[in-house]
Ligand binder design. Structure first.
Ligand code: MCN
Length: 792
């Protein structure tokens, strides 16, 4: 086996440039003669634009142009398209309002883009933007889900009565009702999945650079999926031929979902560059990111589970209201439906599930996928409900899970919510996690904590995830307006070094290392001789990019297919050179050998011969050694796992400290254990942020974003995390060639429920039944002080 192949903890090759300041991010790029753009954003949540007067701004030093929605209209540009059509339970398509790149008539959230000011310097553009006079006529706003669904609430869109985008349902309500009727016990939760503001380290940026000589549009941008941006921008917004557009996403400093979408600023700078004839650059300020990057989560859910007398789940009923924000972001409609309801079976044998989802418009920033996207929301519902079921039945939290787990010999397992799981071993995963967390010794620790005026609690989350979303035919049948395959191209150079070109995009996940490991394993090359190229539509084959923890399972599988083609062609060349039958050639560790002989050729010799085809049966064999493949999976992959959190709550201050966190995840075959561990670390940090710290707050009346900066929005820091105990217990994915499942989101999916179950476990002895996320000190302190048994 290659030393740096599958299973080796190879250090990330990309980290040298990242850690030594040598990365090239979009804002590091400056084009000759470049101008700078400042977006003028709405200060109101809902207002009619009466008049825009840009005269003063145009006369300001350095200003080259000011464009508004009127210019967009004059140039007959399209709006930002939505990539997923949800059809509601009555067969009606969702309400799909227009999403203009610059708003002309009515602004619908604080931060909505109204005009762009373009000047020689960034400071000049910013100063001049303050001189643009916009006359607004303010209108009432509906900024929260609770308000937006009330009778008489302010309407975001005339065509969406009651602010309803769609009313969707899955499952058989009658079967579920019948199960509830015969239930011995029912457990219920009424929960909030708090709205989150993504905060990648690198804010979004974009440079439009129109090449007049070639008539091509170049866009440098902070994107997770450059080809998708190219397609959407070329076909729907700018309406120019796709081949005339190059989108290049260089190093990207984190995305977490927020850089999947086609944003207005990308189209604005590209369009403006052509109009002005000079490159135009825009880089978001952090506070601008808060009001213009798509937010995540934001659900209100009532859920209940029916149990028989032995604590077995009979049925589940879930009612969710999900916030879409003011416009439909690229993939927003599928998050609270197909990425949420399809996961409600969790790791359990619940036979019947009914889920209703109402998607609601509000006067807020659009909401879309954020690390986990729908699956943390589903996990939180299911795992909180399971703990409530433990409470009503008097069973231990681990015991009720064991009674309801899908047994390890029941795979493939058909859930009542469409998806079929291929593999898993939930019992063993739980056992390992409980042992690592010393679950058995917890009550002793609880007693010790009580002596320090702390309430200790322990919480489990035995979650399931679906990632590597597929197949294209299935997602297409439920509204996806795109395919979900991935592409890979493998180029073996004449001297045997290898370039891998992938349609996925690495923005922190370490693909330059793990994809090189795949080549080391399959082709027997040293990873030092492998280069991984991604992010540039002029170089890579058409690809769908990175999200939904798909890059390895889907993109890696495409690369494996391409490498298999390389080996197949190499065998043909070897057979010719070694004067043997092709069927007698075997390939192992970079060497083609005639079976049972010592006749062999290395990959270097074969690639040399491929490009110097003297004495080569040219009629049967093309020169060169380069192969491409597309891979469209036959199913999702289903990582799962058990997260165990232990918390201590200071009774005086309400501060929740996570004192121990154990994650045992099933991610299929592991390519790089160190990267897998790092991915889990990052995800758990984000999950802890959601559970304890992060909460996006809008003022209900004005629609102003109250948590508009780090002064009010708390991101997790290193000190908030205990040393994490991360390990894997893997079952192989049965349908992709590597046997891999995704790992990029598991940490964020499993951890909030584990932490919140621990918080509830800690306060339950005080008679406190419910605490919402984020369990901030204030919220917990209030609960402690109004607790029935607080005085004890
Ligand atoms: N891997 C592995 N063995 C496995 C599974 C994965 O070695 N069995 C490796 C992969 O080869 C890859 C990494 O782990 O190097 C993550 O792989 P995968 O699970 O396929 O996820 P993606 O590469 O598709 O990344 C997307 C995922 C998502 S959806 C979010 S959100 C997220 C995440 O990854 N955003 C991130 N992790 C992030 N990490 C960083 N640093 N920054 C982000 O923005």
């Amino acid at each position: 086996m290659a030393t740096n192949g599958i299973g080796a903890s190879v250090r990330r090759v990309e980290d040298f440039r990242f850690l030594t300041g040598r990365g090239t991010y979009t804002d590091d790029i400056n084009r000759p003669n470049q101008l700078h753009a400042q977006i003028l954003r709405s200060p109101h949540a809902h207002a009619k634009i009466k008049k825009i007067d840009a005269a003063k701004a145009l006369a300001a030093p350095g200003v080259v142009a000011v464009f508004t929605g009127a210019d967009v209209e004059k140039d007959q540009l399209g709006g930002l398209p939505c990539g997923w059509l949800v059809t509601d339970r009555h067969g009606k398509p969702m309400v799909e309002p227009p999403h203009p790149m610059l708003v002309k008539d009515v602004v619908r959230h604080v931060g909505d883009q109204v005009a762009v000011v373009i000047a020689e310097t960034r400071a000049q553009a910013r100063d001049a933007a303050e001189l643009v006079k916009v006359q607004y006529e303010e209108r009432p706003a509906a900024a929260s889900l609770a308000d937006a669904v009330k009778k008489g609430a302010a309407q975001v869109w005339e065509q969406a009565s009651g602010n309803l985008c769609y009313d969707w349902a899955l499952g058989d309500a009658a079967v579920v009702d019948a199960a509830f009727k015969r239930a011995a016990k029912v457990a219920k939760v009424d929960i909030v999945n708090n709205r989150l503001i993504p905060n990648a380290m690198e804010p979004r940026a974009a440079i439009g650079d129109y090449d007049m000589a070639k008539g091509t549009y170049n866009l440098y941008t902070t994107s997770q999926n450059p080809h998708v941006i190219r397609l959407l921008m070329a076909a729907f917004v700018l309406k120019v031929p796709e081949h005339k557009v190059r989108v290049y996403a260089p190093d990207v400093g984190g995305g977490f979902g927020s850089k999947i979408y086609h944003y207005a600023e990308e189209a604005i700078v590209t369009w403006a560059s052509r109009k002005i004839g000079r490159p135009v650059k825009w880089t978001a300020e952090r506070s601008e990111s808060f009001t213009s990057d798509a937010h995540g989560r934001d659900h209100l859910t009532d859920a209940e589970v029916a149990l028989d007398k032995d604590g077995k789940f009979l049925a589940m009923r879930v009612k969710t209201v999900a916030n879409m924000g003011a416009y439909l972001s690229t993939f927003a409609p599928c998050i609270p439906t197909y990425l949420y309801a399809l996961l409600l079976a969790g790791t359990y044998t619940t036979p019947a599930i009914f889920c209703e989802v109402k998607a609601i418009f509000t006067h807020t920033v659009p909401v879309d996928a954020y690390r986990g996207a729908g699956r943390p929301e589903a996990t939180y519902v299911v795992e909180r409900l399971v703990d409530e079921a433990a409470k009503v039945t008097g069973l231990d939290a681990a015991e009720i899970r064991r009674r309801n787990f899908i047994p390890r010999d029941a795979f493939p397992y058909q859930t009542p919510v469409v998806v079929q799981y291929d593999s898993g071993d939930y019992q063993s995963t739980l056992d390992i996690a409980l042992k690592t967390a010393d679950y058995a010794g917890f009550e002793k620790r609880r007693a010790e904590a009580a002596k320090r005026a702390s309430c200790a609690g322990i919480g489990l989350s035995t979650y399931i995830e679906a990632c590597g979303i597929a197949p294209s035919a299935v997602v297409g049948s439920v509204g996806a307006r795109a395919g979900l395959y991935e592409s890979g191209l493998v180029r073996v150079h004449p001297t045997g070094s290898v370039t891998i070109l992938t349609g996925s995009h690495s923005h922190g996940q370490g693909h330059e290392t793990t994809f090189a490991q795949l080549a080391a394993e399959r082709l027997g090359v040293d990873i030092a001789n492998v280069e991984v190229v991604h992010g540039d539509t002029d170089k890579i084959p058409f690809g769908m990019g990175t999200y939904g923890s798909r890059s390895l399972a889907v993109g890696g599988s495409a690369l494996v297919k391409a490498m298999d083609k390389i080996v197949a062609k190499g065998k043909k060349i070897a057979a010719h050179l070694l004067e043997a039958a092709e069927a007698d050639i075997e390939f192992k560790d970079g060497v083609f050998q005639v079976v049972g002989t010592d006749k062999k050729k290395t990959l270097v010799e074969i690639s040399g011969a491929a490009y110097v085809p003297h004495n080569y049966p040219i009629a049967q064999l093309e020169p060169g050694l380069e192969e491409q493949a597309f891979y469209d999976p036959t199913n999702f992959t289903f990582p799962g796992g058990c997260h165990v959190a232990e918390v201590e709550i200071d009774r005086d201050t309400g501060v929740v400290s996570v004192v121990s966190f154990v994650a045992v995840d099933d991610v299929g075959r592991v390519i790089n254990p160190m990267i897998v561990e790092g991915q889990v670390h990052g995800g758990v940090a984000q999950g802890l942020g959601q559970a304890l710290l992060e909460g996006c707050v809008y003022d209900n009346k004005s629609g102003q974003l109250v948590t508009g900066s780090y002064m009010d929005y708390t991101m997790p820091r290193a000190g908030d995390l205990p040393p994490l105990k991360v390990s894997t217990h893997n079952t192989l994915c049965t349908h992709n060639p590597l046997g891999v499942k995704g790992v990029g989101e598991v940490g964020a999916i499993g951890s909030p429920a584990a932490i919140m179950n621990a918080v509830h476990n800690a306060v339950a002895p005080l008679g406190i039944g419910h605490v919402d996320m984020p369990a901030t000190p204030e919220r917990v302190w209030r609960a402690l002080n109004s607790a029935p048994k607080a005085a004890e």
